[in-house]
Design a binder for this molecule. Structure first.
Ligand SMILES: Nc1ncnc2c1ncn2[C@@H]1O[C@H](COP(=O)(O)OP(=O)(O)O)[C@@H](O)[C@H]1O
Ligand SMILES: [Mg+2]
Length: 504
């Protein structure tokens, strides 16, 4: 792996053929940020040449979003300097040539695409108060064409897929003249087909001379799209390499080696060849119907990991809720073996999962308090704290402090805590919906190891995921939900990620 100097002032600008202008250079020097007394960025030095495509990677809580929010002017830096085209600036925010796509896209579902594109700008006027709707529509159509989005400009944004929404947000930034785009984890919640469209749009934009800075945990995206990979760890830049000098394996070791030596080296997770297949059936779907789901039969046995995948709108995530019992089928039935308890990791853990005001410890233990009660019904706080501490370490939750307030954690760390709560409740059936969504590479591998251990200990595990890597890493059998039914089950050896992704 060919590393280049951490401040990388010699990074080559990307070819800019076809561009009217080349974006200005951004130079970040000695940038620090503290929240209260806690410093989370410890002196960032980073130079981004106009036209570069930078993949910003790093574990959850490393400070990626904080850096981007400082550049946008959402947070103030504690010290340091930012120069844009040679000029010192307070931030890069508030100028049309720099676009920020945060994870919350800032679109209004109830408005049309065209109105969203113009949000916050004065209407185009024809004469006096008469709004020039035709020109607004023509402008909107031009913006959409820039990102290859073939949709009527009158369509309501609320009716779009998550990927289309992200493209609208990018179209809006480009339509306002953005030459620099910061894109923070836009693809982590998108199904593969939407991610691919988004990446294509970003690559085309960069090809025209724009600068793109993209945060992502997905190795294939980073390797496919970016020119340069910057790794942020604990508020410091620890690697800065040309993407061409990296392959998947090198990237994994770069990401993982620095935090967890025990998962490094082997590269990606290898599926444990045999979970104990043939155990007792713990969960069964009998001809389940609900919404788009029209007749699904499924059986999950003790010691087995079963994977389900499918398109958005296929009812895929409803199946997780049906398995857990938080949704009821309109026809058919879900049978759990007598006494078998299930626990659910919900797909949208950012919003469904946690208690913002409570500590990490309380969020971890709330579903299993009985475990720490003594025969006299007193809560054994010491044991509870030890177990919480162990889980925090196991999942590398940052900060590694069980007393931290859940609401102040970064998105990926919130996800880990909700996952940890499910693990601590020790059910016999695990229903894991998008188990690795938004988590960093090290945690992804740790979650795969955990799933293997759960199965080895005799649990039945249902993994519902639109990430084919999850399915191949841990599942004994995989099925695709299409047209409300399950395709035949396949084993990981009978298919491959490309074939499977063609369905989702
Ligand atoms: N508003 C805030 N108040 C206190 N701490 C914060 C705040 N925002 C972020 N942090 C802390 O800063 C660190 C970096 O978070 P973040 O930039 O969101 O990480 P990343 O985007 O790399 O996952 C984390 O430890 C997080 O808890
Ligand atoms: Mg973030």
């Amino acid at each position: 792996m060919e590393g280049i100097a951490a401040d990388s002032r010699n990074a080559a600008p990307v070819a800019t053929t076809g561009a009217d202008t080349v974006a200005k250079e951004i130079v970040i020097s000695s940038l620090r940020k503290s929240f209260g007394g806690n410093e989370v960025l410890h002196g960032i030095d980073l130079t981004i040449a106009g036209g570069d495509f930078v993949g910003l990677m790093g574990p959850n809580g490393a400070g990626k979003s904080t850096l981007i929010k400082i550049l946008d002017g959402v947070y103030e830096r504690s010290s340091g300097e930012v120069r844009y085209g040679g000029e010192p600036v307070a931030s890069l925010g508030g100028r049309p040539e720099v676009g920020f796509i945060h994870q919350d896209l800032g679109l209004v579902d109830e408005l049309s695409i065209s109105d969203n594109l113009r949000l916050g700008e004065p209407p185009l006027r024809r004469l006096g108060p008469i709004v020039d709707r035709r020109r607004e529509r023509a402008d909107a159509a031009r913006c959409l064409a820039e990102v290859n989005l073939d949709l009527p400009v009158d369509a309501l944004v609320g009716a779009l897929s998550p990927g289309e929404k992200t493209l609208v947000a990018i179209a809006r930034a480009l339509g306002r003249g953005a030459e620099v785009l910061f894109v923070d984890e836009a693809t982590s919640t998108l199904p593969p087909a939407d991610s691919r469209r988004l990446l294509t749009a970003l690559k085309e934009t960069a090809g025209k001379g724009a600068t793109v800075i993209m945060v992502s945990h997905k190795l294939s995206e980073i390797l496919d799209a970016t020119h340069r990979v910057v790794l942020l760890l604990d508020g410091r830049i620890v690697e800065d390499s040309l993407a061409a000098s990296l392959d998947r394996h090198a990237l994994v070791s770069m990401l993982v080696a620095r935090e967890k030596s025990e998962t490094a080296g082997a590269g990606l997770h290898e599926r444990t060849a045999a979970h104990t297949i043939g155990g007792e059936e713990l969960l069964r779907f009998e001809d389940i119907h609900r919404g788009p789901v029209r007749g699904i039969d499924l059986s999950v046995r003790a010691g087995e990991v079963v994977g389900l995948t499918g398109l958005p709108g296929s009812g895929l995530h409803d199946l997780a809720h049906l398995a857990h019992g938080t949704l009821r089928p309109t026809a058919g039935k879900v049978v759990r073996r007598d006494g078998a308890r299930s626990a659910l990791v919900p797909p949208h853990r950012e919003t469904e999962g946690g208690f913002a005001e409570q500590s990490v410890l309380e969020n971890l233990t709330i579903s299993s308090l009985e475990r720490w009660r003594s025969p006299l019904r007193l809560l054994r706080g010491g044991k509870e704290r030890d177990d919480a501490k162990e889980m925090v370490e196991r999942l590398s939750v940052k900060p590694a402090d069980p007393q931290a307030i859940f609401g102040t954690l970064s998105g990926g760390n919130k996800q880990k805590v909700v996952f940890g709560r499910v693990l601590m409740s020790r059910p016999s059936i695990y229903v894991l919906s998008e188990p690795t969504r938004g988590v960093d590479v090290g945690t992804r591998l740790e979650i795969y190891n955990l799933i293997d251990e759960l199965a080895a200990a005799g649990a039945a595990v249902l993994v519902v995921s639109s990430d084919s890597e999850d399915l191949f890493a841990v599942c004994d059998r995989i099925a695709v939900v299409t047209d409300g039914r399950l395709s035949a089950f396949l084993t990981a050896d009978e298919t491959n990620p490309q074939e499977l992704e063609a369905f989702i």
